[in-house]
Design a protein. Structure first.
Length: 124
């Protein structure tokens, strides 16, 4: 892959309109608004998501990505975000109420959590 690919750049989903997601390498995206439809089966290669912030149009597909390809993952899904965004994801998405807490679910035949949060700081 050469260069970046815009998989979505809008704040909503509609016909011919997808929410924010930028593919920067085979394994890495910025925001997760359109991973599943934007990449199809190639979404299974995504191992790193950098979140700009926690609005739904930027995070929606992270839950589906880890769930849909869980049985074939060999590496944890790493979420890079500001501490506030990580807290929002933990409290409101991966909370065992809305969606499973994949930090407590190990990759198949390992003791490695299938989801890892990596805090980042502004301007780093």
């Amino acid at each position: 892959m050469k260069g970046i690919k815009i998989l979505g750049a809008l704040g909503s989903r509609a016909e011919n309109a997808n929410s924010t997601c930028i593919l920067v390498s085979r394994e890495t995206v910025i925001d997760a608004g359109n991973i599943m439809q934007g990449l199809g089966d190639n979404a299974k290669y995504i191992n790193n998501i950098f979140f700009s912030h926690s609005h739904l149009d930027h995070i929606v597909d992270c839950a589906f990505l880890i769930d849909n390809f869980f049985s074939t993952r060999r590496k944890p899904l790493k979420i890079f975000a500001l501490p506030h965004t990580i807290e929002v994801l933990k409290k409101n998405i991966f909370n065992c109420v809305i969606w499973p807490d994949f930090t407590k679910i190990y990759l198949k035949n390992t003791k490695t959590p299938s989801l890892q949060y990596i805090p980042i700081a502004y301007n780093k």
